[in-house]
Design a protein around this ligand. Structure first.
Ligand code: FAD
Length: 685
């Protein structure tokens, strides 16, 4: 390298070769649209648990290790190390213990959402320990397991959750790991009978956890008693060596989330004491007899899985955090980025284009809807958990499981679509690692698979609905709150027509209930038809699935809409501008979702061509109006810059300068290729 080049390189690193004048595009955009108080919108959005957001946010600021500095450049080992360092720094500030967890789940939910807002990998790292390992002991164990819970809460013992096997994920009843009761010593012997039974994907098993909840087929006196959970040591506490009788390996590369050490576990005649059995549901008496409070194997498994609800709720929180971060980046960039313009006039921000608004605003409306889904979950979790503790098979618990399953599917799907749209809105710069949108997309992707694959979960929601309608057809009244909209008489449903105000929020919600009944009747006819054609119930159910999946989706949309309506109405009389803004956001959510079901509404002659035109017109109008306020809305609800760490999405709007600074500070930015010799070989004649 000649002297001048070297000088330029050094100067580039120190001073930067790229510099930009102060950019006021974003601050100008934030002033557009009707003026509203940003704090009022913030407090409205974070209404449930507001005091905890205020209380917990400073903890993130006070931990210097919680900063996004080129995490994508780190090796797998360094990412894992960094998360442990971050956890170590945060641990003394957290103040979570068994009692506070039991007394107040809301603080934990808020903390989880903030952790997701910072980094999904960091949150999941803690989440497998808390929402999976700790919750499995809390919900399936008994008094004697309390000491290990205390060690878990204080992070003295880190645990993992080993349910999935290489051969079985969604179908938990098919797992093949065995736990055989040995009456002589009152021990269990855990075995991996074949390679497909290897526990796979187990978060924190790879290198961190000393304990694990292990799901296995329990054998007592040679008889299979179904899947049960055991809590076992997997590593020596002092040396961290893997226990004798266990083999642990690393699951290898992933799309993302390298900060989590997903591992595989093989058990070879591994003996554990009787107290390892999480014996809340089933026990083995002194005579070696198996006893269970739930007689049927399938019901026992259903009870075990339904009690692990916090993991599923965390996907809804992750979806809120990931989509909010993506929209913060996407909307701010769209306000800054200028392309084209009227002839002879300056170029305009891409957020001015109606097309951009039609692409972005439905996702902002989805964000408010996901937020509403989180709120429903946060508010209902404690009361329903208490009911389930008293009666594990209570109706409210079954209903909550169906609702959470639908929420998990809808919110994770919407979030994924939203992040991807933001990536495209940011064009080429969106594809840069420095925008962080690729990282967000890859991290979020797995939310559609873990904690119950989305398609499998929707089957559970639709099964719940079908069971209720069957009861109702059998003459029983549907008592569940969420299914009061069921109308068994199709002729009555068919008679309904949109009224004059059909585009008002309450009427749109009503139309969704009518749509639900259209789909329900169609699905029931399909189910009956298929029952006639297919030889077995399994086949009939399977053939009807494509028709049934929409049922679960619309069920979820209606429940979320009802919360949005309550929230919107809470602003009435308080702040006219905000009420108008949030009403429009709620309406956009409903209109956007309804557009996807227009063919169904046309086929049932509920809508006609004019309705479709009006719906499309309303959609574009709302996107246009809300687009004008979108930068200000994002300003009110976005996390601080350091939390999401995208150089192009910062609040000050100096996206180009931050991007250039980050790029120029890369050690290899101005470096000649270290593989120049290889290149020379290629170009040498
Ligand atoms: C990064 C990561 C971390 C994980 N961490 C953990 C962990 O800590 N502990 C743990 O126990 N597990 C963990 N898992 C496993 C996760 O829970 C499973 O991957 C998930 O339950 C799905 O199971 P599967 O991968 O076997 O998919 P499968 O069940 O094989 O599903 C594959 C496809 O088949 C479809 N399908 C399945 N059944 C049906 C049906 N009846 N009808 C129609 N279609 C069907 C699904 O929709 C899906 O598209 C993790 C997974 C990943 C990727």
């Amino acid at each position: 390298m000649d002297k001048l080049n070297r000088l330029n390189m050094i100067q580039g690193h120190i001073l930067g070769n790229l510099s930009f004048p102060n950019d006021t595009s974003l601050s100008d955009y934030v002033q557009r649209g009707p003026s509203f108080n940003k704090t009022a919108l913030h407090d409205f959005y974070y209404e449930i648990g507001l005091e905890y957001y205020k209380d917990l946010r400073p903890i993130f600021e006070q931990c210097p290790s919680l900063r996004h500095t080129n995490i994508f450049k780190l090796s797998k080992a360094d990412k894992r190390k960094l998360i442990i360092e971050q956890l170590t720094e945060m641990k003394p500030k957290l103040n979570f213990d068994r009692k506070s967890h039991a007394d107040n789940s809301l603080r934990g939910f808020v903390f989880g959402r903030l952790l997701f807002s910072f980094d999904m990998a960091f949150c999941v790292r803690l989440g497998v320990h808390s929402t999976l390992y700790i919750d499995s002991i809390l919900s399936l164990g008994t008094e004697k397991h309390i000491p290990m819970l205390d060690k878990a809460f204080s992070l003295q013992e880190i645990g993992c959750f080993a349910m999935t096997e290489l051969g079985h994920g969604s179908n938990v009843s098919g797992i093949a790991t065995t736990a055989t009761f040995i009456p002589e010593t009152r021990e269990f012997e855990i075995n991996t009978p074949n390679s497909l039974a290897t526990k796979w994907w187990i978060g924190a098993a790879g290198q961190t956890a000393v304990k694990s909840t292990v799901f296995a087929q329990l054998y007592v006196g040679g008889k299979n008693k179904g899947v049960h959970a055991f809590v076992v040591d997997i590593r020596e506490k002092d040396t961290h060596n893997v226990k004798n009788g266990i083999i642990i390996g690393d699951c290898g590369g992933k799309f993302e989330l390298d900060g989590i050490d997903n591992g595989f576990i093989i058990f070879k005649n591994y003996r554990v004491p009787y107290d390892s059995l999480l014996d809340g549901i089933s026990q083995i008496d002194d005579k070696g007899h198996f006893i269970s409070q739930i007689a049927k194997k399938e019901k026992r498994l259903g009870r075990m899985l339904s009690s692990l609800i916090r993991g599923r709720t965390s996907v809804t929180s992750a979806s809120e955090a990931n989509l909010k971060n993506a929209l913060t980046i996407g909307i701010r960039w769209a306000a800054i980025r200028k392309q084209f313009g009227p002839p002879g006039k300056p170029e305009v921000p891409i957020l001015d284009y109606q097309l951009t608004r039609n692409r972005l605003l439905p996702h902002l409306a989805n964000l408010f809807a996901i937020n509403a889904a989180c709120e429903i979950t946060f508010l209902q979790y404690d009361p329903i958990k208490n009911l389930m503790t008293a009666d594990p098979e209570c109706n409210e618990g079954v209903e909550f499981h169906a609702v959470l399953s639908a929420f998990k599917v809808l919110t994770s799907d919407w979030c994924f679509a939203g992040i991807h749209e933001c990536r495209k809105i940011c064009g080429g710069i969106g594809y840069s690692s420095h925008s962080r949108l690729g990282e967000l997309l890859a991290k979020h992707d797995v939310n559609m698979t873990w904690e119950g694959d989305n398609y499998v979960l929707l089957q559970q929601t639709s099964a719940f609905i079908v069971k209720q309608i069957q009861k109702s057809l059998g003459g029983k009244k549907v008592s569940l709150k969420t299914l009061q909209m069921i109308e068994t008489d199709f002729a009555t449903v068919k008679k309904q027509k949109p009224c004059k105000d059909w585009l008002e929020i309450p009427e749109l919600v009503k139309s969704f209930k009518i749509l639900f009944n259209f789909i329900l009747h169609k699905a029931m006819v399909k189910l009956q038809d298929n029952a006639g054609k297919a030889g077995t119930l399994f086949d009939a159910w399977n053939l009807s699935q494509p028709a049934l999946q929409n049922l679960g989706r619309i069920f979820g949309i209606i429940i979320i809409s009802e919360r949005l309506v309550v929230k919107t109405e809470s602003l009435k009389g308080k702040c006219a501008v905000l009420y108008d803004l949030i009403s429009k956001m709620t309406k956009l959510f409903l209109v956007d979702k309804m557009l996807a079901y227009v063919p169904e509404m046309l086929a049932n002659e509920y809508f006609n061509r004019n309705h479709l035109n009006e719906l499309e017109g309303m959609f574009t109008g709302l996107c246009g109006e809300l687009g004008e306020s979108s930068a200000r809305i994002i300003d009110a609800i976005a996390e601080e810059d350091f939390m999401f760490g995208s150089c192009i999405g910062r609040k000050d709007g100096q996206a180009y300068q931050h991007l250039a600074n980050e790029i120029e500070s890369q050690p290899d930015c101005y470096q000649a290729a270290p593989w120049i010799d290889v290149l020379k070989k290629l170009i040498t004649p």
